[in-house]
Design a binder for this molecule. Sequence first.
Ligand code: COA
Length: 710
Amino acid sequence: MVAGLVRRKEGHVLDKSFFTPESVAVVGASAEPGKLGNIVINNIIHYGYKGKVFPVNPSLTEVEGLKSYPGVTAIPDKVDMAVVVVPSRVVPGVMREMGEKGIKQAVIITAGFKETGLAGFKMENEVTEIARSYGIRFLGPNCFGFIDTSISLNATFASGMAKKGNISFLSQSGALAQAMLDWTQVNGVGFSKFVTLGNKADINESDLIESWKDDPSTSVVIAYLEGVVEGPRFRKAAIELTRTKPFILIKAGSTGAGSRAASSHTGTLAGFDAAYSAIFKQTGILRADSVEELIDFALAFADQPIIKGERIAIVTNAGGPGIMASDASEKAGLKLAQFTKDTVDKLRSSLPPTANIYNPVDVVGDAGADRYRVALDTVLKDPNVDGALVLLTPQASTEVKKTAEVVTGAAGSTGKPILTSFMGGPAVTGGIELLTENNIPNYPFPERAIESYRAMVRYRGWLEKKPEPVRKFKVDREKARAVLDQAIREKRRALSDLEASRIIGAYGIPLPAAKLARSAEEAAAFAGEIGFPVVMKIASPDILHKSDVGGVKVNITTPEAARNAYVEIVDSATRLMPEAQITGVDVQELIRGREVILGMNCDATFGPLLLFGLGGIYVEVLKDVTFRVAPITAADAGEMIREIRSYPLLTGVRGERPADIPAVIDALLRLSQLVTELKEITELDINPLMVREMGKGAVAIDCRMGIAVE
Ligand code: COA
């Protein structure tokens, strides 16, 4: 967090009526065509807003036929919202006047704040502080404004108006919003709310998704964000939203990666996107990689029922596109439905012998609308079909418009979604218009329709996932705290491996049996007590890389070997690091198993980011790892384990017994609790966690921990 940044108050929930003011003042309304203050007032007046509009301009008495006021305090009526289009230097004064007038909502379109440097940053803070002191909520500054189609209010300087619909859009980029608005004029996308956030000095993405969760005019939320400002709040709000409405998001840029230290494996492996990718998985947000995808998915969700399974039927009048769609389905993890015998019989008796009656159903190039009707009706009735994709290429005999009518007629009859891809140019335009008017999404190519189905299938999977509480273990928190506090007092950024092991041990993560030997004789005796074979390691607070000084010996099988190892380890370490203080040699149980890594690195936006992956010395080469933001549930931990490429190594290959995956889940959950409770820990690697056979547990062999000290 930047020092001095004014933060919003906790629990300061955005009023649901923010976007539906009954009266709007335009501060900086101008009579001069082309000026922003003129465009904004025109947009408010001319797209059908029924509320009162008050131009505010000290040098004019009338703007666009409306009486103008020298300041908001001069307006005799109640004013719900002010849209501010005056130069930045006067915005603090305007905000104060708004406070005096009792205006509680504002949109600051004006640029020239924190995006311009320190002076702008200070002014933004000043404006935000004034707003806070009067309880004013505001969008921006440096934003494009907003549109609410439910009251026909266009409070932007856009060159057009959004079509009415059930999609709500929030954008961190005003320019992108303008381009998108223009684009959606041609492809029929309708919006409920269309909001740009600008610098997010007050209202941010979390405010909007919290308030749209219960908004009856919003069925789908789409967004373009470069970064999230309140990670944990966003996470919670997104989960609540996606329980009832799909939330599709483009996340651009790399905000939030700045403060990540990278001295641990986890830090090195967590690229700038790791936390966001994890949050997408943990909140059910659907990621779009382009604006095209954002719109494609939004269209599918806006008007079609959510697909109940992953089995689709394809109806086409051309072989090639049918094959392309089948290939795309396979890649996307969808299934081509296997028709029932009734369906096959019906198709056989109704279609010409040249038709393909199996999926994809090819009604053949000379097909008119009737063939499409019989094919589509039949496959939609099949219980093995969850959704249909209708493909059409325009041959001379193709009845494009009539076929579009067939599709619109079939839509809604079975509760199954229908997507279309009428391919071509002018020959298919009429059909596409008809489809669009009837809310059937049409995609220029089959692959985009298939991707949209895939997004639907993923969302259905999320809806079916039962929300699960985070498990809380009984742990020895005081013990862990005491070890940590000692290091903090001594202002050490890294803990010794002994300290790190004590902390994870206090949280119940199993450690190998170990004893500190202070002589060769003790080493032999302890090895006997622990049970051969053992591992012996130099114990010294000054030696971090033990192997480099000959400080580690593995697989010691006899008392004699233990005695010799003790002498050799101490000799070698003393010779190579004479100044190091040596407390003895650790004699440890030798654990065999499959090596995995567990870790944590702090993400600046979302907090502790947990890592799981294939462990050992090649972890950074193989990069077979996955991430989630703590705290995680058992289901999250299970998913993490199944997600890595080498998961089959844990389930057992070539007759090998499976590894103890429940023990790994347990360790991940305990680690999640640990890093959530002990917030000073900034990075942590347990590498390897040695996973034994099923039922025999998992043991943390090595642990490194870094902490934040003042
Ligand atoms: N109260 C009301 N009106 C005031 C005022 C006040 N305290 N002080 C000045 N005004 C009036 C001016 O008289 C002027 O009216 P006029 O056209 O009748 O002369 C109007 O407000 C605008 O002021 P002006 O000095 O002409 O500024 P401008 O129009 O050149 O620029 C902005 C104002 C807001 C457009 C400009 O500062 C800006 O920020 N532009 C970028 C906006 C942007 O890109 N936002 C982000 C989009 S994503």
